[in-house]
Design a protein around this ligand. Sequence first.
Ligand code: HEC
Length: 179
Amino acid sequence: MTSLLIVFGSITLVILPSLTGCEEDSAGQPGVGVSPDEALFLRVTRTDPFTAYSLFPNADSVTSGTLNGSNAHQPLVKVSMNAAAAGALQNGILPPGTAFPNGSIIFKEIIVSGETTLFAIMEKDSGNALAGNNWIWAELYPDGRVFYSVESRGGICVPCHLREQGPANDLVRTFERQN
Ligand code: HEC
């Protein structure tokens, strides 16, 4: 499979050929042959839909990125998390020495002119062969098309999420911009 890597300064786009021929069954559950990207898309839109997630505590719901490496996600972002992830927090922070449990999803919407144009997703799944540093990483369009595949194992994501306070916060960097 060929892929095209485009680097503009520190912004990296990976363009992969789209996946075809994988459909869910009539019950809306992942069927045989569903790709890891499609399975993740179903999870965040149906099984555990992002519309029910809670906002990342004490971080502006929509803000311009200002951290080291924030330019990967310009111009505006909104970060939320599912109940499994929220349950790991105490007083809005991840207690020192702890980690998010498997099943945690941190969900970031990239918003351009008021429209959500891309989902950046981290799902904790430490036993998954596709995990990079215990997380599944993907960027998916709101219609399910793939921008950055789960199957890339977070290769371009992990190094940046290991910067600054990333290692202390289980690679979740929005803690660094909490109020
Ligand atoms: C150039 C550095 C950089 C790269 C590359 C990068 N990120 Fe991030 N990411 C950040 C920073 C910094 C934040 C927090 C601040 C912000 O949102 O700008 C963040 C936030 C996130 C969040 C919200 C949870 C959190 O960690 O705060 C998700 C989800 C996310 N990124 C997913 C991804 C995925 C998936 C990839 C790879 C396709 C990726 N990121 C690549 C720097 C990066």
